[in-house]
Design a protein around this ligand. Structure first.
Ligand SMILES: C[S@@+](CC[C@H](N)C(=O)[O-])C[C@H]1O[C@@H](n2cnc3c(N)ncnc32)[C@H](O)[C@@H]1O
Length: 286
């Protein structure tokens, strides 16, 4: 386990992932009934952008720093940007909230969050940071295994975020199997699954496997910061969204082009594809 998210915190991929997470949480809050959120690969919760790791790559400069400085962000980004600003009240960008803090900040007293992290140091950081919140459970184990034990939740509504580090060569296949497992246990749960975009062929193979596995309505939202013709470079960031909340597709159609223009002017792009159509009469859990 060599991956440390501190090197990448606040980069373009985090911006897209956390902005969409914030939109999904907002949808879940349209109903008073509690929801459950499971973060299968949680990281340490929040990141110091002045740390040696973040400073070494400077990836956040091409991500959250650029987005915060841009004029006229779309309405779809406001909740996420407000959240990041709240972490940096003096106006200097230093702290970046990871997915656990995005979820914890946006959830309500009646909601519940389970965080899973396998790295022994990272899980200790998580415990120090979020362990005192009685709404939050922290689990030191494999994220995919945890999903088997924690789903379906008694709340019966909510989301799963799967954000593996892609250190394993077969991570995309593991993700396809994990998605199928979640769908069996909790067919109405919303799932956000992150994937890297290197060469287009690998992404097409992944999408084909997801379609072949069948299942509920699934969107693929992608943000490209380079053309996807170099399989050895991270060209973009993708999110599969299973059981997307009502009108999330419309929100993404506003958000993605703005992010592409802002983060990679002249070279970036975006894609929004419905990989699996909704069943007639079906509706997602929010
Ligand atoms: C991309 S980072 C997560 C970032 C976080 N979701 C966020 O958005 O702030 C992936 C995390 O997964 C952890 N990890 C690696 N293998 C894991 C596994 N099998 N189960 C759970 N966590 C794992 C890594 O230690 C790392 O912290």
């Amino acid at each position: 386990m060599n991956y440390r998210h501190a090197y990448h915190a606040g980069n373009f991929a985090d911006v897209m992932k956390h902005a969409v997470l914030a939109l999904v949480l907002a949808s879940l809050k349209r109903k008073e009934t509690p929801f459950f959120a499971l973060d299968t690969h949680a990281g340490i919760g929040a990141y110091d952008l002045a740390s040696v790791a973040a400073d070494k790559t400077g990836e956040y400069l091409g991500g959250i720093a650029r987005v915060l400085a841009a004029p006229d962000p779309p309405a779809e980004l406001v909740a996420y940007l407000d959240l990041v600003r709240a972490w940096n009240r003096d106006g200097t960008l230093r702290w970046y909230p990871g997915s656990p803090e995005v979820a914890r900040t946006l959830m309500r007293p009646q909601d519940r969050l389970a965080l899973v992290e396998l790295h022994p140091e990272d899980v200790e950081d998580l415990r120090r940071r979020l362990g005192g919140d009685r709404r939050v459970g922290i689990h030191h184990m494999d994220g995919y295994t945890a999903a088997k034990g924690l789903l379906p939740p008694p709340e019966r509504r909510g989301l799963v975020l799967m954000d593996p580090p892609f250190e394993a060569r077969d991570e995309l296949s593991r993700l396809v199997r994990a998605l199928a497992g979640v769908a069996r246990r909790w067919p109405t749960g919303i799932v956000l699954a992150w994937y890297p975009i290197k060469g287009r062929a690998a992404v097409e193979g992944f999408h084909a496997a997801v379609k072949a596995a069948g299942g509920r309505e699934t969107l693929a939202a992608e943000l490209l910061i380079h053309p996807d013709d170099d399989p050895f470079r991270l060209n973009g960031s993708g999110l599969l969204i299973v059981n997307p909340p009502w009108r999330l597709d419309e929100a993404l159609a506003e958000l993605l082009p703005w992010l592409a223009r802002t983060l990679a002017p002249g070279r970036g792009g975006h894609r929004l594809e419905r990989l699996i159509a909704p069943r007639s009469g079906a509706c997602a859990s929010p």
